[in-house]
Write a protein that binds this ligand. Structure first.
Ligand SMILES: C[S@@+](CC[C@H](N)C(=O)[O-])C[C@H]1O[C@@H](n2cnc3c(N)ncnc32)[C@H](O)[C@@H]1O
Length: 215
């Protein structure tokens, strides 16, 4: 029965995803929600950490969220940042004790301002980063580390072959770890994890943007 419910849920999520893809392809960036193997690999790469908040960027319909919770993360320590209002409504219903912020993940200083006193331990991102120029990706990860405490991790999956944060931008700054390809996912994907290298100082967060740019 539980399995049947899950597969009916997955079918509905697939339809929601397709709708979102058709209305804003650069935002959605995938043809279907991540499969369980990829969601599990994301949760494994994040830890999840024993203390602090976990901020999920681009949770969509929540497969990675569910994997983080299945892996032991208390939903009270989970904050989701999602642009699509329909996904936000769905996530609030599915994960009532987690926080859902409807906002722009590429403007973290502004979007996460309400959390300013709470330590963040990890960012888990499913944003379609490759639709954004490298400089925007560099600002995103820089802001994430500016907002995290010591030992923070930034986890990202990609369908591409290369590091979604270009290697030259990581050199001397981020230690990069590359997961194995998840062939069970359609399309196959890979999980990358970034940590600040020892001795590298965190920079200040960038200025919040005044106006939303392209979503
Ligand atoms: C590739 S989907 C991943 C969804 C889900 N995590 C999964 O694995 O199935 C990307 C998600 O990022 C969201 N997104 C894209 N750009 C965003 C932005 N600037 N701020 C917040 N969410 C964004 C999309 O609405 C979508 O839900």
């Amino acid at each position: 029965m539980a399995d049947r419910k899950r597969s009916v849920g997955r079918f509905g999520d697939g339809a929601r995803f397709l709708r979102s893809l058709m209305s804003s392809p650069h935002l959605t960036g995938a043809v279907a929600p991540s499969g369980r193997a990829l969601a599990r690999a994301m949760a494994d790469a994040a830890g999840p950490p024993e203390r602090g908040l976990v901020v999920e960027l681009g949770p969509g319909t929540g497969p990675v969220t569910q994997a983080l919770i299945d892996r032991g993360l208390d939903p009270l320590r989970l904050v989701m940042v999602e642009f699509n209002p329909e996904f936000c409504r769905l996530l609030r219903g599915r994960f009532p004790t987690a926080r859902v912020i409807q906002g722009d993940a590429y403007d973290l200083p502004k979007t996460l301002a309400p959390l300013s006193r709470e330590p963040i331990a990890a960012f888990v991102s499913s944003l379609p980063l490759l639709t954004r120029p490298p400089a925007v990706r560099e600002t995103l990860i820089g802001d994430a580390f500016a907002l995290m405490g010591e030992g923070g991790v930034f986890v990202q999956f990609t369908y591409g072959l290369l590091s979604p944060i270009p290697r030259d931008m990581c050199e001397g700054r981020y230690a990069v770890s590359r997961g194995r390809p998840i062939l069970a996912n359609l399309p196959p994907a890979r999980v990358w994890a970034y940590r600040l290298e020892a001795g590298v100082a965190r920079r200040a967060p960038s200025q919040p943007r005044r106006k939303e740019t392209r979503r």
